[in-house]
Design a protein around this ligand. Structure first.
Ligand code: ATP
Length: 253
């Protein structure tokens, strides 16, 4: 029988090469329901490539990914589609349809992918827009929304598919500084509501306050992982602590 401690998603020994370059080297991670794991590390460490591999947007060369103990076959397109419905992804650049309103962007996946009736999809889409504080902007097109609002629409769109896990790839890095807080607040609320999340970010303060576990990546490998209070404890002498204090010195969080 499965216990609450059983990983919902288990990623083992992922390798990814682009030409001569090995970008991911034997990367493994497992996450339990309701856990939040945050990937940090220098630019080019492979955080985005890892998240994209978890969603098969980049096909791993080696390794296995299991959702609830079931291995996902990367060559089975239907299996990948079914898997992606359960493992939602939020991108840095929002990826909204410009010709659809906020409401249209949120409901389209439910109608086209889940086969929901339009009325039910619309009700659910409104509920998700409300959850991210955008009920009043439902009829606005992306061009009429701020970056923070666009990212919140993309979060509502992902939530509408009822994912079991959410992958967030630097969700605030395309935003002006004054808009970062509103998106962070939505992500915090998701965490409080029990959403299982793996997020890459350069916002160290946010990572520290949100993560159950920080995963520090460098040169395509996981170098350290653990609870933020352990990895970043004063005097802990970790590579993660060293990286975070250098970011603080140059004026980051
Ligand atoms: N499609 C690709 N073809 C070739 N090289 C790639 C490709 N995608 C990523 N890379 C390389 O893989 C390495 C890791 O990139 P990745 O974007 O995963 O790093 P990252 O840790 O997310 O960096 P950042 O924090 O700057 O977003 C980089 O050297 C990048 O140039």
């Amino acid at each position: 029988m499965k216990t609450a401690n059983h990983p919902i998603l288990k990623i083992d020994n992922i390798y990814k090469r682009f030409g001569e370059n090995t970008i991911l080297k034997d990367v493994s991670l497992s996450i339990r329901k309701g856990e939040i794991k945050v990937l940090i590390g220098p630019s080019g460490a492979g955080k985005s490539t890892f998240l994209q591999s978890i969603n098969f947007l980049v096909m791993p060369d080696e390794g296995t990914i299991r959702l609830e103990d079931r291995p996902v076959d990367p060559s089975d397109k239907r299996a990948i589609c079914a898997y992606r419905r359960q493992v939602g992804m939020i991108f840095q650049e929002f990826n909204l349809f410009d010709h659809l309103t906020a409401l249209g962007n949120v409901e389209i996946g439910m109608v086209r992918v889940l086969g929901m009736r339009k009325k039910a999809a619309r009700e659910r889409a409104m509920a998700e827009l409300d959850r991210v504080g955008l009920k009043d902007q439902a009829d606005q097109y992306p061009a009429q929304l701020s970056g923070g609002q666009k990212q919140r629409v993309s979060i509502a769109r992902a939530l509408a598919m009822d994912p079991r896990v959410m992958l967030l790839d630097e969700p605030t890095s395309a935003l002006d500084p004054e808009l970062i807080g509103e998106v962070q607040a939505v992500i915090r609320d998701l965490g409080k509501g029990g959403m299982t999340m793996i997020m890459a970010t350069h916002q160290i303060g946010f990572a520290r306050s949100l993560a159950d576990e920080i995963i520090f990546m460098e040169k395509g490998a996981i170098i350290e992982q653990g609870p933020p209070d352990e990895l970043l404890a004063p005097g802990a002498c970790t590579r993660t602590g060293d990286f975070c204090s250098r970011i603080a010195e140059i004026g980051g969080e």
